[in-house]
Design a protein around this ligand. Sequence first.
Ligand code: NAD
Length: 467
Amino acid sequence: MTAANTPHQEHHVHELQVIDPATEELVATVPAATPDDVDAAVTRAARAGRTWAALAPGDRARLLRRFAETVDGQLEELARLEVREAGHPIGNARWEAGNVRDLLDYAAGGVERLTGEQIPVAGGLNVTFREPLGVVAVIAPWNFPMPIAAWGTAPALAAGNAVLLKPAESTPLTALRLAELALDAGLPEGLFQVLPGEGPVAGKALVDHPGTAKVVFTGSTAVGKQVMAACADRVKRVTLELGGKSPNIVFADADVERAAAAAPGSFLDNTGQDCCARSRILVQREVYDRFMELLEPAVLAFRTGDPSDPDTAMGPLISAAQRDRVRSYVGEDAPAAIRGGIPDGKGFWYPATVLEGAAGGGRAAVEEIFGPVAVVLPFEDEADAVRLANATDYGLSGSVWTRDVARALRVSRAVAAGNLSVNSHSSVRYSTPFGGYKQSGLGRELGPGALAAFTETKNVFISTDDA
Ligand code: NAD
């Protein structure tokens, strides 16, 4: 059992155990940061951040590009580390490491374009400056350790800040390696530090520390609310990327074959441990039976097994505790309509599962399961689809399958979520904004505004009066 899953955390641990979820073997032990470690790291980061912010923008951009190249040179090593600590299939893990490189490149391109404005006023010149915040704390979850760490880190560094990254208890290894690669690339000592540790200890210390200017938190809605409350005390800047229960809406006028073929990946990728998982499949009644007939072979063909095998599509869950949690949703209020297979032996495996007929009311249909489980519900018409899609406290993503362009736009506008896709399940690109409505989050990451989110805008008026 990893420290993340220890039910009672009265005793602080001195080290974190990293367990391979596919084999249950101990991969590594890593010292856990204490509040004193956090305090010392904030002091170092503040010093390094001042030097960094004073560099010529072109020099900062060059160093970030070099960091991207250094990551690119170690993609395979980083990917293999992610397979070990998180059980991600190697193909996914390679993409994730490549995403870190791309995020650094994209952010580097923004450094010299982070311009202010000149605004017309009477009696002088008015200009705005985008000033770095100082030390930014990035708190990451275990489901996508590398990309989510980089979503916050790359634009924060590009905007002239220092970054302290706290990875999740169970997945500190790729984050620690990235910090080494940053030094190899020539980033100043102390500018980007990784502090593995327990959430309520190291994470809380980062949130509470007067020296951190902003917290970028990605994780559960429950902890996100605590982080937001703690930030309120100092009016600390905060971005929250929280849970989801995203709908996949299939209209009768859609290409139902394509919709059914694409559905498994939308809730089974990363074993469903994806904040954007389309775990509520809403299907118009006329095509419901046809969709289910097509969905079954597609789900059963989603290959589950050894994550280091390039043909594997789905690996294990992160931990035994996560498996217990997922299990608690199945069979309780909905019978399983489709159930895939899992390998024998050790590992935190859970089969691909499709539930039917919870009639919108059961726990499985409204709560985030964070496992390879989807609930399918029928709907009558467009208004019914929108009503069902919005019947949740979450609002992160969603998909709309239809051949009618006007309907695609109407429904995309009517669903209260931050990231919609039409005839596709794509949610996240480094070049487009990402974030949640309602209790799925606060603020946006990625996209053209990513760097600005790590700055304060300062307005300066210079009088041209000669009196
Ligand atoms: P979690 O909330 O348990 O932990 C997230 C991080 O917060 C970890 O690093 C943890 O150590 C830390 N933490 C825990 N308690 C803390 C505290 N009191 N103060 C400060 N930090 C603390 O979440 P998890 O189980 O690691 O991740 C899964 C959740 O993340 C899911 O709900 C998922 O939907 C969400 N998620 C959201 C997005 C998004 O972009 N919206 C992306 C990925 C995951």
